[in-house]
Design a protein around this ligand. Structure first.
Ligand SMILES: [Mg+2]
Length: 251
């Protein structure tokens, strides 16, 4: 049997958008613990950032210590704020994402998360968007390392623990909406798909090194073919697939 593929999805801008509700919940959590100090995330690059780093940024800005106890309290306050404010009506699912994740699982690929979100708030967002948490049974999250690059080996290790086998990085595809998603894939020999449903265009994602850049994830069949190649299980499906293209664009 050929090596199975592993596909790791980013959350914000890739699977869904919370349209500012997530960041607002984070600020309210901070204010509830330390009082309103007039902090805003204006001018701070949030897309692709790790929640643990955003916390440090908040604390550093106000000269507050960011030790483990403070971090734990902040995580709990943020979880509570997000849980009470992120209703399904406030979440927008990105086109094609759930269909692609479902199709990948149907074809036997391992599917997980690689996200800057804390694990608990990642699942609040996922559920609010209508994805079953079992869809993404493992992942690497925003407190698992000091930068996004550090999350990739964590995700590979959790995939190994969950599935009981190693995954060859060459058979691992990371899908995300920022250059940081591309970077964390390429730094570890994985493939990267950039999707322009976040703040970056397909051209910017291609310039950042994406092996494939797409406007959205709606072209399920073509994306399956690109990701799985000869692993496609259904001969019927395989016979209808176009051949993969090599110039980084989809037909
Ligand atoms: Mg993102």
């Amino acid at each position: 049997m050929p090596d199975r593929s592993l596909v790791l999805f980013d959350i914000d801008g890739t699977l869904l958008r919370t349209e500012g509700v997530g960041i607002a919940a984070m600020l309210r959590a901070f204010n509830s613990l330390y009082g309103d100090r007039g902090f805003s995330f204006d001018g701070i690059e949030i897309a692709g950032a790790l929640d643990g780093l955003l916390f440090r940024r908040l604390m550093d800005t106000h000269g507050l210590p960011h030790h483990d106890e403070a971090h734990g309290k902040f995580r709990e306050a943020y979880r509570s704020e997000l849980n009470s404010t992120l209703t399904p009506a406030k979440v927008r699912r990105m086109p094609g994402a759930i269909e692609l994740a479902h199709a990948l699982r149907t074809q036997g690929a391992a599917v997980g998360l690689l996200t800057g979100n804390y694990e608990e708030t990642a699942h609040i967002k996922i559920r609010a968007a209508g994805y079953a948490s079992e869809f993404f049974p493992f992942g690497a999250f925003g407190a698992d390392g000091p930068s996004r690059r550090h999350l990739t080996p964590v995700a590979l290790e959790r995939a190994r623990a969950h599935h009981g086998r190693n995954f060859d990085p060459a058979r691992v595809t990371i899908i995300g909406d920022t250059p940081l998603d591309i970077d964390c894939a390429k730094a570890h020999g994985c493939r990267a798909i950039g999707v322009a449903t976040g703040p970056y265009s397909t051209q910017q994602l291609r310039d950042a090194g994406a092996d494939l850049a797409v406007a959205n994830l709606e072209a399920t069949t073509e994306l399956l073919c690109w990701i799985l190649g000869s692993e496609i299980l259904s001969q019927d499906l395989a016979s209808r697939l176009p051949s993969p293209v090599s110039d980084g664009t989809m037909r």
